[in-house]
Ligand binder design. Structure first.
Ligand code: FAD
Ligand code: SF4
Length: 328
C-alpha cells in the first residue's frame, strides 16, 4: 500500500479546504470500504482526511417534521435511534440487513452512500475495468455478471450499486447535504447516484472535494408502514441480489400513495416510479402489485446470466407490498 498522510478534520470547511490543498487526498469515514480498496490497490490516496468527527453523532428534528442525520452517524446508531425506528422502519431494516454488527459500528452514513461497487473485476487490479481505468474495457459484459445490473446499464459498465441503506433513502426521497469548494448545496435522492452511460468512473454527481455533511429525511407519515426485503446468496454478510424498499398508504382497500425502490438491479438505487404511478388509486391486491412490478420491469434488459433477477424482483416486490397490506 502506498504510504499516506493522515489528518483529522473537526468541521466541514476545514475538511473541504484540506482536499482542495491536496487533490490526491480522500475523505475517510469508518474506512470499512476505503481501506479495503487501498489494500487491493484499487485506490491509492496520498492523504486521508478523517471526517468522522464532522457532523458526527447527531440526529435532529427538522422544522417540517423530518429528521436531519449527520454524515458521521454510525450505521448502528442510526438503526438504533428511536425516532428512526418509529418513523422509518424500512431504513432501519435496510441498515441492519447490511454487513455485520462490527462493520455497522464503524461505517458512517456518508461513507455508506459512497461505497464502491462489488463487481469482482473492479476489485481486481490485474483485470481491465472502465470504472477503475476508463477506456480499458468491461470484462463483466461477457464474463461473470450474475450479480450485476438488469436495468439502466450501458455497454461501458453493468455494475450494481451495493448499499442497502441507499435503497431506503431513495424510496424516502432523502436530501443529501453537501459542502463543496463553492459552498453548501442539497442533492435530492434519487439524483445523487448516476447511471454509468459512457462515464462509469463517476458513481455520483458529486464533484472532487465535495463532502457529505448530512442526510435529511422528509416527513412522510405513511412511512411508519414500510419495509425492506433483501434476497441474498447467504443469510448474512452478503450484498443484495435483489432488494425492495416499500412504503404503502391505503384507505378502504385502495392505494392512496406509495414509495418503492429496488436494490441490486442497477448502477443506482432504483426508484420504481412507473410502479408507483401504476399503484396510486389502484386496489391494494396482489394482482395490482404484480401489474405495477411488470410496469417497472418492462425497462429491464437482463444480461446472459442474470435474467432470473427479473421475476425475482417482481416476486419480491409483490411479497413486500402484500406483507404491508396484511400487517396492520
Ligand atoms: C464484509 C463486508 C460486507 C458488507 N456487506 C454490506 C451489505 O450487505 N450491504 C451494504 O449496504 N453494505 C455492506 N458493506 C459495506 C459497508 O456498508 C460499507 O463499507 C460502509 O457503509 C462504508 O462506510 P464507511 O464510513 O466505512 O466508509 P469509508 O470506507 O470510510 O468510505 C467510503 C467512501 O466514501 C467516502 N466518504 C466517506 N465519508 C464521506 C463524506 N462524509 N463525504 C464524502 N465522501 C465520504 C470515502 O472517501 C470513500 O470513497 C459490507 C462491507 C464489508 C467489508
Ligand atoms: S461492470 Fe463496471 S465495474 Fe464491473 S468490470 Fe465492467 S466497468 Fe468495471
Amino acid at each position: 500500500m502506498r504510504p499516506f498522510a493522515y489528518r483529522r478534520a473537526t468541521d466541514a470547511q476545514t475538511a473541504v479546504a484540506a482536499l482542495s490543498e491536496r487533490p490526491d487526498a480522500m475523505y475517510l469515514g469508518g474506512g470499512t470500504n476505503l481501506v479495503d480498496l487501498m489494500r487491493l490497490g484499487v485506490v491509492s490516496p496520498g492523504a486521508l482526511v478523517d471526517v468522522t468527527r464532522v457532523a458526527a453523532g447527531t440526529v435532529e428534528e427538522t422544522a417540517d417534521g423530518g429528521l436531519l442525520i449527520g454524515a458521521g452517524v454510525r450505521n448502528s446508531d442510526l438503526a438504533a435511534h428511536p425516532a428512526v425506528r418509529r418513523r422509518y422502519p424500512m431504513l432501519v431494516q435496510a441498515v441492519l440487513s447490511g454487513a455485520s454488527g462490527q462493520i455497522r459500528n464503524m461505517a458512517t452514513v456518508g461513507g455508506n452512500l459512497l461505497q464502491r461497487t462489488r463487481c469482482s473485476y473492479f476489485q481486481d487490479v490485474s483485470k481491465p475495468c472502465n470504472k477503475r481505468r476508463p477506456g480499458s474495457g468491461c470484462p463483466a459484459v461477457e464474463g461473470d455478471h450474475r450479480n450485476l445490473a438488469i436495468i439502466g446499464h450501458s455497454d461501458a459498465c453493468v455494475a450494481t450499486h451495493p448499499s442497502d441503506m441507499a435503497v431506503a433513502l431513495v424510496a424516502l426521497g432523502a436530501i443529501v447535504h453537501v459542502e463543496g469548494r463553492h459552498g453548501a448545496r442539497r442533492v435530492p435522492m434519487p439524483g445523487l447516484h448516476r447511471l454509468p452511460g459512457d462515464e462509469p468512473e463517476r458513481d455520483t454527481v458529486l464533484e472532487p472535494g465535495d463532502l457529505i455533511t448530512a442526510v435529511e429525511l422528509p416527513a412522510l407519515p405513511f412511512t411508519t408502514r414500510s419495509r425492506y426485503r433483501k434476497v441474498r446468496d447467504r443469510a448474512s454478510f452478503a450484498f443484495a441480489v435483489v432488494s425492495v424498499a416499500a412504503a404503502l398508504d391505503t384507505a378502504d382497500g385502495v392505494v392512496r400513495d406509495c414509495r418503492i425502490a429496488f436494490g441490486g438491479i442497477a448502477h443506482v438505487p432504483w426508484r420504481a416510479e412507473l410502479a408507483e404511478e401504476a399503484l396510486r388509486g389502484a386496489p391494494a391486491t396482489a394482482a395490482e402489485f404484480a401489474r405495477a412490478a411488470d410496469a417497472e420491469l418492462t425497462r429491464a434488459r437482463p444480461l446472459r446470466e442474470n435474467g432470473f433477477k427479473v421475476p425475482l424482483a417482481r416476486n419480491v416486490l409483490v411479497r413486500t407490498l402484500t406483507d404491508l397490506v396484511e400487517t396492520p
